[in-house]
Design a protein around this ligand. Structure first.
Ligand SMILES: [Zn+2]
Length: 132
């Protein structure tokens, strides 16, 4: 279930970015996801295909990279790798954590096509950076 929620956010982010860029279609989506709570990348690929059906991202390729998640407790400053939500500090059970690496979800870039007519002029899309 967790993968569905994450994938949904990812699709919304990607569609938002593509719309802002004035793109016609999304060809590929590149994202990193924190390795936590047993995220199964294969499930996200399936959800992605379902959630993008009927949108400008239909048929887009999802490039997913799973990265290690590292968090630091704001109370006792312990650095650890959280496993499951809700995240708690293993030392003091604090809930205020700073994610140092491997956020739950990060949209790295999207590959879009501005040509809606399927022309063949060699322009095969471009990358946009959502972190601008
Ligand atoms: Zn702590």
């Amino acid at each position: 279930m967790h993968e569905l929620a994450i994938t949904q956010s990812l699709v919304e982010l990607a569609l938002d970015e593509a719309e802002r860029a004035g793109a016609a279609t999304i060809i590929g989506v590149r994202a990193t996801v924190g390795h936590m709570c047993g995220i199964v990348p294969e499930s996200m690929l399936i959800y992605f295909a379902e959630l993008t059906r009927g949108t400008m991202a239909e048929g887009a390729t999802l490039h997913l990279e799973v990265v290690r998640t590292v968090a630091r407790c704001s109370a006792c400053l312990k650095v650890f790798e959280p496993e499951c939500v809700p995240w708690l500090c293993p030392d003091c059970a604090g809930r205020r954590l700073a994610i140092l690496q491997g956020e739950e979800l990060r949209l790295e870039s999207i590959e879009v096509d501005f040509d809606n007519g399927g022309g063949n002029d060699g322009a095969d899309g471009s990358e946009t950076d959502p972190q601008g």
